[in-house]
Design a protein around this ligand. Structure first.
Ligand code: 5GP
Ligand code: ZN
Length: 113
């Protein structure tokens, strides 16, 4: 856990967020600046900076499975959805607590910008 990390603070409920799923492994909440009708961030409870420093395959798998569970709950499986993990500056990572974006509810362009 990091004292100053934004997502650690959301996990600890020090900062409010619209939480959509919580279990022993992950916390998932709506992005404050949504880029699609469904835009949820799934984060591990423990602080890991990015995919580049992640070593725990189970932790990473838990993020993906939680995103799939949320997609079912949001009713976006039929239309389809996307998961994205930005890593580093060129990908636009802005919060250095690893997180998986879940985006859906509209047609998503490919490739991303
Ligand atoms: P990144 O750019 O690192 O892949 O994604 C970080 C995401 O966190 C962005 O989509 C941004 O809108 C979101 N975000 C930044 N600050 C907050 C916040 O305080 N609350 C919530 N719910 N989302 C945030
Ligand atoms: Zn953190």
């Amino acid at each position: 856990m990091s004292d100053t990390c934004l997502f650690c603070r959301i996990v600890r409920k020090e900062i409010p967020a619209k939480i959509v799923l919580e279990n022993e492994h992950v916390v998932a909440f709506r992005d404050i600046d949504p880029k699609a009708p469904t835009h949820v961030l799934v984060v591990p409870r423990e602080h890991v900076e990015s995919l580049d420093t992640a070593t725990d395959a189970t932790m990473l798998g838990n993020l993906v499975l939680a995103a799939a569970e949320i997609a079912r709950a949001e009713g976006i499986v039929g239309g389809g959805y996307r998961t994205v993990m930005n890593c580093g500056a060129d990908a636009g990572q802005s919060v250095y607590h690893v997180h998986l974006h879940l985006l859906g509810g509209r047609r998503l362009a490919w490739p991303p910008g």
